[in-house]
Design a protein around this ligand. Structure first.
Ligand code: ADP
Ligand code: MG
Length: 614
């Protein structure tokens, strides 16, 4: 039987290092955070061989007193907190007093520092032996330089886990990006093998900040994102959120900062994901840089050894807040006139930037209808869209009196003089039964009519469902559908759901059901196919609770069925009505799957195509 012994300090530190120092990038992170805690304005990072050979970090912070050098590298020694109350309010990056002790126990370590009370710097070295403090001063400006060489040289088991130089450097670079995205007022320089990788200068104004974000995340991101700025419930939430059409296949462009600390947080990332859900394919990932600031007492930062996670006192509230703010931001992704943008700092999509600035005379290319007559067009359009199957229906309660499409041929062009041109302009023609071509002040607008109509229908269905105002219509001749016994069973069990969705469905035999009524919006669709699709959706979400959670998927299926099919010829009136509806529908810049519904080709872009100078 072995007796119990106290571990010696070196071994204890090496064991603790396992939690703090996963790889060279973790060293870089801890050292930069120390520099920031010391109020550094400039940090220079020099890396050799992905950090496996050498990491050097120099800052201009307030430095360390000679008498504290030994303490700085001792475990559980920190200048940042003194008691539990401090821990509950902690605002510094570090507070555990572990980083330097851990790092110096698994590397050849040198720290040189000078504070403002000292005429010179002093240095401490750790080389697998007892720490040695230089007995003569070293030359050093106020601030601190730390050099970490041959990481894991004395812990061979861990050294084996190091990846290639490039991989390790990629991790370091990611750390620098994360810091660069949050500490804007900092000079941050990074070199790898003598080569300058980043030279970021302090960003003060909003446009400086956006420029820095463009440097780090790419200019595409900043051009194609919306800026959020919101204060409520003592939370300050801000950041940049990629347009749904700028989605990615991976979650590699998602940065979350809580009180300036970069974290991975499931509550926040899930809230954002849910906010995008409606405008993005399931397997696509949004891109965003998000900052949340709140009272430090409402968040526990001491839940992860490397401080990469936090715990909110009320995570439900955080979820709701983030979800609603981001969702609200995203509903603005509809065609708007530039001067109506919700926030002046917003970056509308490249295509949106160009939309209608001021009235411009387009008399020469004027379409043959009147923009003031939008209301009339809308109802006309609705009746046109619906006239196909009308004979088969008995209108139970309809939204508005149906107008007959007779007006189609007798519409006379009305002169436009000083009328404002709407964001999506006026329709010119239809291409291949798929696209609408329209002209606005910027040039040509191309609309994918099915995609656009699908979104419009989806938003209408959602609203009707939420407000329990699903308008239904009876079928003159009820439609019976043959199903498998299992499917018929599912259809029968979901009576409540069918009612909410606006259907009246009854099982009439083990293998068949009959549809008696359905939502008015869907009356022109292939009803049998629609009902089969819905049953198959319901089947995937097996039980009732999950079906309700996935109600939007069901509504989306319904929207797809009501949307105008390709090859449906539309008149100019119908096309214009569709454009106006898009302008009035939230999220209408993308279809239910996150693809764009329209694009702008500006005159400049068209000129370029024809190599035409202006
Ligand atoms: P922590 O950051 O949790 O306090 P560390 O082991 O990282 O623990 O650092 C120990 C102490 O050394 C810090 O509390 C701080 O007083 C001092 N220190 C470390 N790095 C620097 C630096 N770059 N500039 C000034 N002081 C530093
Ligand atoms: Mg620290």
């Amino acid at each position: 039987m072995q007796r119990i012994q106290l571990l010696d300090a070196q071994l204890a530190n090496q064991i603790a290092a396992g939690e703090v120092v996963e790889r060279p990038a973790s060293v870089v992170k801890e050292l930069i955070e120390n520099s920031l805690d010391a109020a550094a304005r400039k940090i220079e990072i020099d890396i050799e061989k992905g950090g496996t050979q050498r990491i050097s970090i120099r800052d201009d912070g307030y430095g360390i007193d000679q008498k504290d050098l030994l303490l700085a590298i001792s475990r559980h020694a920190t200048s940042k907190i003194q008691n539990l109350t401090d821990l509950e309010q902690v605002a510094s990056f570090g507070f555990r007093g572990e980083a330097l002790a851990s790092i110096s126990s698994i590397s050849r370590f040198r720290l040189a520092s000078r504070n403002e009370t000292q005429p010179h710097g002093w240095q401490i070295e750790v080389n697998g032996r007892e720490p040695e403090i230089s007995n003569s001063p070293v030359s050093h400006p106020i601030g601190t330089t730390i050099e970490v060489c041959d990481i894991f040289y004395n812990t061979p088991a861990r050294r084996k886990f190091l990846k290639t130089e490039q991989t390790e450097f990629n991790h370091i670079q990611e750390i620098i990006r994360r810091i660069g995205l949050s500490v804007f007022n900092l000079n941050l320089h990074l070199k790898h093998n003598q080569r300058q990788i980043y030279k970021l200068s302090p960003a003060v104004s909003l446009s400086d900040k956006e420029e820095r974000i463009a440097q780090i995340c790419g200019s595409q991101f900043i051009e194609q994102s919306l800026r959020l700025e919101s204060d409520a419930h003592d939370f300050h939430l801000w950041g940049w959120f990629g347009l749904p059409t700028f989605s990615r296949s991976q979650s590699d462009l998602q940065y979350i900062y809580v009180n300036g600390r970069m974290v991975r947080d499931k509550t926040i990332s899930y809230a954002v994901k849910q906010a995008y859900k409606d405008v993005m394919y399931q397997d696509r990932q949004p891109a965003y840089v998000l900052y949340l600031e709140l009272d430090p007492a409402l968040v526990d930062v001491n839940v992860h050894p490397a401080k990469q996670e936090v715990r909110f006192r009320d995570s439900r509230m955080i979820f709701d807040f983030v979800f609603h703010q981001v969702k609200k931001l995203l509903t603005q992704t509809k065609p708007v006139e530039t001067q109506h943008l919700a926030s002046p700092a917003q970056h509308p999509a490249k295509g949106m930037q160009n939309i209608a600035r001021e009235t411009q005379n387009i008399a020469s290319l004027r379409p043959t209808n009147n923009p003031q007559d939008t209301q009339k067009q809308m109802s006309l359009y609705q009746s046109l869209i619906s006239d196909a199957h009308i004979k088969n229906f008995d209108v139970k309660h309809s939204e508005q009196p149906q107008q007959k499409p007779k007006a189609r041929e007798v519409i006379t062009p009305i002169e436009i003089s000083d009328t404002k041109i709407p964001p999506l302009g006026f329709a010119l023609a239809q291409l291949q039964g798929i696209y609408i071509l329209a002209e606005n002040t910027q040039g040509l607008v191309l609309v994918d009519m099915h995609a656009a109509h699908e979104r419009i229908g989806y938003e209408k269905l959602k609203k009707a469902f939420d407000t329990r105002h699903m308008i239904t219509q009876n079928l003159l001749i009820p439609l019976s559908i043959r199903l498998s016994e299992k499917e018929a069973g599912i259809a029968e069990q979901q009576q409540n759901l069918w009612t909410q969705l606006g259907f009246e469905i009854e099982r009439i035999s083990p293998e068949s059901i009959v549809v008696r009524s359905l939502p008015a919006l869907l009356k022109d669709s292939d009803i049998e196919k629609l009902v089969r699709d819905l049953i198959s959706d319901i089947q995937t979400y097996d039980n009732t609770q999950r079906v309700i959670e996935h109600i939007h998927e069901l509504l989306s299926t319904m929207a797809c069925h009501q949307a105008i099919r390709a090859n449906r010829k539309l008149t100019l009136l119908e096309m214009n009505a569709l454009l106006r509806e898009m302008e009035n529908t939230d999220c209408s810049n993308q279809c239910n799957h996150g693809r764009p519904t329209w694009v702008q080709l500006s005159l400049q872009e068209l000129d370029k195509l024809f190599l035409r100078g202006r």
